[in-house]
Design a protein around this ligand. Structure first.
Ligand code: NAD
Ligand code: ZN
Length: 342
């Protein structure tokens, strides 16, 4: 097991990589804890939960709303939870985002932690303190930054994860390698099959390296005023693709990273070989690199991007594999890349 620490404005977060759900109780600092989980995770793992009260929620992005939050507040009051209670989210990004939101607002904020049960959540969602819910079709528009005290990443839980969910986690790992760690990138190139097979030691290294990268950026810039934005590589196009096609986030980010790499190449930041390497790796990991897209809809979604600043977008370009730069790019240049795609 390895540990990594995040130093947040409101408190620190300890991420335990390779720890087991079965040891959760030893990390819970109080007597009275309440678990928030979803129906799928509960069906597989409830038998391994410590004997705390459990609040079960449904699954899917559509339940990440204030209505679900309101229901949980009601259940917490009914359970007589108070300021000394501790909330533990056991699940993927949806459970963690909701549990963090609830814990940060219930009685003006109580202590909380996560057991991260999806690859995406282990390498991304449960790290960095962003909590939030969707509202009127806007993703993660209501929320706060507040670090969980502990995060357990138990790789053995990934065995029951549907393959499509595994691939979404792998897309974010490729992103981490591409923006900050050429070694991680080549390691994945050499071990793509083992990664797809979820080989335990290998996944532990991939999660660890990813958390190191994300933590370093969060420690420098918790509120995403600068450096942390690099984690959005592939996401400007990715979000537009996700919105228009409705495919999974990781799949959209995969295709979005390829478009961002092409733009980096066009601007002379990387070589065509680098773009090819990125595409080849994503393909080996069974992730999409090209999609037949309705260009007009994609352009419309890009214009509606909440991170757009007038005619410019803060955009993450690659500067070689393992290095990223932030630049303000005119929207019309992004549009030109989309229009140039077959
Ligand atoms: N806070 C952040 O910084 C951050 C970063 C990235 C993504 N997110 C958010 O994370 C969410 C996506 O998270 P996700 O991909 O983990 O999705 P998810 O939480 O919906 O989990 C995916 C599916 O897998 C099931 N599942 C979870 N663990 C399982 C297991 N061990 N075995 C079998 N099934 C299991 C879930 O019930 C669900 O059906 C999005 O809402 C996104 O906005 C947040
Ligand atoms: Zn993402």
């Amino acid at each position: 097991m390895k540990t990594i620490e995040i130093n947040g404005n409101q408190g620190n977060s300890i991420i335990l990589i390779g720890e087991s759900l079965q040891n959760l109780k030893t990390y819970v600092p109080v007597e009275k804890a309440v678990i928030i989980t979803d129906t799928n995770v509960s069906a597989f793992y409830r038998k391994d939960f410590p004997p705390y009260e459990i609040i079960e929620i449904g699954t899917g992005e559509q339940i990440k709303t204030l209505d679900t939050v309101r229901e949980i507040y009601g259940r917490l009051l009914h359970l007589e939870a108070d300021r000394s209670s501790f909330i533990i989210g056991i699940g993927g990004g949806i459970v963690c985002d909701i549990a963090g939101f609830v814990a940060s607002t219930f009685m003006r904020g109580i202590r909380f932690g996560f057991v991260s049960t999806t690859l995406l959540s282990q390498v991304d969602a449960s790290v960095g303190g962003k909590n939030g819910v969707n509202f009127k079709g806007y993703k993660n528009i209501m929320g706060m930054i507040n670090q969980p005290e502990i995060v357990i990443c138990d790789m053995s839980l990934l065995k029951t994860l549907p393959e499509r969910e595994v691939l979404c986690g792998l897309a974010e790992i490729v992103k981490h390698g591409a923006i900050a760690d050429a070694g991680l990138f080549s390691y994945l190139e050499e071990n793509h099959q083992e990664a797809l097979n979820l080989e335990a030691d290998l996944i532990e290294r991939l999660v660890y390296d990813s958390v190191v990268i994300k933590t370093a950026l969060v420690n420098k810039d918790e509120r995403e005023d600068g450096e942390r934005k690099k984690l959005n590589f592939g996401h400007t196009f990715g979000h537009a693709i996700e919105k228009v096609t409705g495919i999974q986030h990781g799949e959209a980010v995969s295709a979005g990273m390829v478009v961002a790499a092409r733009l980096s190449e066009k601007r002379g930041n990387i070589s065509p070989e680098d773009t090819n390497r990125l595409e080849a790796l994503l393909r080996k990991l069974k992730l999409p690199t090209e999609l037949s897209l309705n260009k007009v809809e994609i352009l419309d979604a890009l214009r509606k991007d909440k991170k757009r600043k007038g005619d410019f977008v803060d955009f993450v370009l690659l500067q070689g594999i393992g290095n990223a730069v932030l630049e303000e790019i005119p929207l019309r240049e992004l549009e030109a890349v989309i229009m140039g795609q077959n």
